[in-house]
Write a protein that binds this ligand. Sequence first.
Ligand code: NDP
Length: 327
Amino acid sequence: MFNALVVEKDGDGKTSASVQQIGEDRLPDGDVTVAVEYSTVNYKDGLCIGPGGGLVRNYPHVPGIDFAGTVESSDDTRYKAGDKVVLTGWRVGEAHWGGYSQKARVKADWLVPLPDGLDTRQAMAVGTAGFTAMLAVMALEDHGIKDGPVLVTGAAGGVGSVATAILGNLGHDVAAVTGRPDTADYLKSLGATQIVAREDLNETTKRPLEAETWGGCVDAVGGEMLARLLGQMKYGASVSAVGLAGGAALPATVIPFLLRGVNLLGIDSVMQPYDNRLRAWQRIAKDLPMDKLEAMIQPAVLSDLPALGKDILKGQVKGRVVVDVNG
Ligand code: NDP
């Protein structure tokens, strides 16, 4: 028997989450059984701990869209007992039981060996949010980062914190956009060189183009903020669109694309092929300073998750929540 956070749905369609002891016979099908050590709290986890938001396929459900741990047994020759592994994406924690559990069973194809230089706790301090931040930075690099500050929106959140630390460490001038002025010192400690107030980018303008300001952007917010910042990008600069914390609608014009050659790059962490995942994790181990990663960590245990799921949906989590599933 082992502990897991189980979300159940009653006859009225109401969901509730509690830590329960469950048996290995209840784990879903898969080739590799992992003794999970750490998981994290991402925006999607907030949805899955609550009413599901269309993400959860079947109840009872164990959420947790990422985890890191040690292989316990494997039917696939790529992994053997004792190997350290990390998992993000592939709808684990949504359509398949996830990491809020002391054991998980998954397909070998979904795993990545833990890269040298990261332990399982550090890997989950990065987690899906940080992995996505790395993908976003790599996409900007592939298209060329222009001179000028690189903007990071939703900066005090998970994706934003890791993107700020990576870009700062790579020597970029990082402009961190936040709606929480009290996080300014935290963001500067991660590597931000300037703080931009959320209101400055949320105010709508009728002008489709403004002064060319930003050499690139990692955007976790979407909505009106993304529409506004498109008109402030330097000629030929790129925006990695990662999230929609500020809304899914995009009230923009085509003018920044036509007159400034701006690139809008969609970033999806869920269906990344193995080689890309491996490359991104190796870059994380190389380019993300571990002391900065430590500063982002908020520790938690399984019983904290129902409350944390609500906090992340309200945009109230700072940095990265690392869940010790054995704590
Ligand atoms: P967090 O909740 O940790 O961070 C989001 C941040 O956005 C908040 O901390 C806040 O930052 C800002 N924010 C929240 N609400 C608003 C609002 N109404 N208007 C403007 N800013 C707001 O979430 P994550 O960083 O984990 O994820 C960010 C987004 O990226 C989510 O939409 C998530 O679903 C998505 N995502 C997408 C992935 C992909 O594969 N494409 C993978 C991972 C996440 P501040 O207080 O600093 O302003």
